[in-house]
Design a protein around this ligand. Structure first.
Ligand code: 2P0
Length: 328
């Protein structure tokens, strides 16, 4: 196919578009070891969601940065702070950043994970920084620790052994697993994760025990994944989720992210499992319930969650890949 010549206005302008997917942690990250470098105090392990995505385009411009999120120009402190950090290390001109999610933003669906991963990937592509995937994961972590895992895709682990860059443990097709996400509220959360986990560190009496438990949980999850033992993975994932929420609930002031739909979702998933369905739940810093299931059981899981109290949307997704540049 014949390539169109660039117009005079756009010739030579550096730009790139990237896509990244959010991820759901099965062993949760909640707490920082070093806030200055955004290094977690806990290892974490996640799966990447295929059909949910963030698409981000960056274009070099004259003047100042111009940030558009979901079609509206915003002053986004997290993105602005991250651009400042990158500029301390790389020669990056003023940028127009246009980012959009095909799912609710800042409501416990990990939009900052896919957002930061897409931003790093697009900047690396547009500015030809030639960073490796590992280096991009480390930079994405500085923006939002969970974003390091979205860089890797599939089943991903983020821990100290790789210098706090995430590594892919399994590719998306290596294990036939789906995730049914029941969105029980589209509201933005009142306390963000960064602020919430710092409050937990300062005030929850369970915090130190939580840190210890994450190391054991990560080892148990790695063994379960190596053996493709779905029941064992579910058992450790539910325990990690509930322990994290125990820390949240015992934070002062308390962080209560659940609503009635979340609680009823847990009850239904447990009841379904009693009937032999391969499913477990997990919940992040928001009320959405995420049911992880063997792909053959997806229809039953969806049917069980379809009429949860207050349910707004249901997303059914397989496992997704890491962040990549796409044609702009
Ligand atoms: C996780 N969360 O492991 C946990 C579970 C929320 C609950 O990672 O401060 O937005 O930007 O590093 O990455 C959310 O934390 O926090 C998160 P920062 P981030 O998925």
């Amino acid at each position: 196919m014949k390539q169109e010549a660039p117009s005079k206005a756009t010739a030579g302008v550096r730009r790139a578009t990237a896509v990244a997917h959010p991820n759901v942690a099965l062993v949760k990250y909640w707490g920082k070891g070093c806030a200055a470098t955004n290094t977690p105090a806990t290892p974490s392990l996640s799966i990447t969601l295929d059909t949910l995505k963030t698409t981000t385009t960056v274009v070099e411009v004259r003047g100042t940065d111009h940030i558009v999120v979901n079609g509206r120009q915003v002053a986004d402190a997290k993105i602005e702070g991250f651009l400042r950090l990158l500029r301390e290390n790389f020669d990056i001109p003023p940028l127009a950043v246009d980012t959009s999610n095909n799912f609710p933003t800042a409501s416990g669906l990990a939009s900052s994970a896919s957002g930061m991963a897409a931003l790093v990937t697009a900047i690396n592509g547009a500015m030809r920084l030639d960073l490796t995937l590992e280096e991009q994961s480390r930079w994405a972590r500085r923006g939002s620790a969970s974003a390091a895992r979205s860089m890797a895709g599939g089943f991903a682990i983020l821990d100290a052994r790789n210098g706090w860059a995430a590594e892919q443990l399994l590719a998306p097709d290596d294990w036939a697993i789906n995730v049914v996400v029941a969105v029980t509220s589209r509201e933005r959360k009142t306390v963000g994760s960064t602020e919430g986990m710092e409050l937990s560190r300062q005030t929850s009496p369970f915090y130190e025990a939580w840190l210890d438990s994450t190391v054991r949980d990560c080892d148990a999850a790695l063994t379960a994944i190596a053996h493709r033992d779905f029941a064992a993975l579910g058992s450790v994932a539910e325990a990690s989720c509930l322990r994290m929420h125990a820390v949240m609930l015992t934070t002062d002031p308390p962080l209560v992210y659940w609503n009635a739909g979340t609680m009823e979702g847990i009850r239904r998933i447990r009841a379904l499992r009693e009937t032999g369905v391969g499913v477990f739940f997990t919940i992040d810093a928001g009320p959405q319930i995420k049911a992880v299931c063997l792909s053959g059981d997806t229809g039953k899981v969806r049917a069980a969650l379809d009429d949860l109290p207050g349910v707004r949307d249901i997303h059914v997704t397989g496992l997704g890949s890491g962040a990549t540049c796409v044609p702009s």
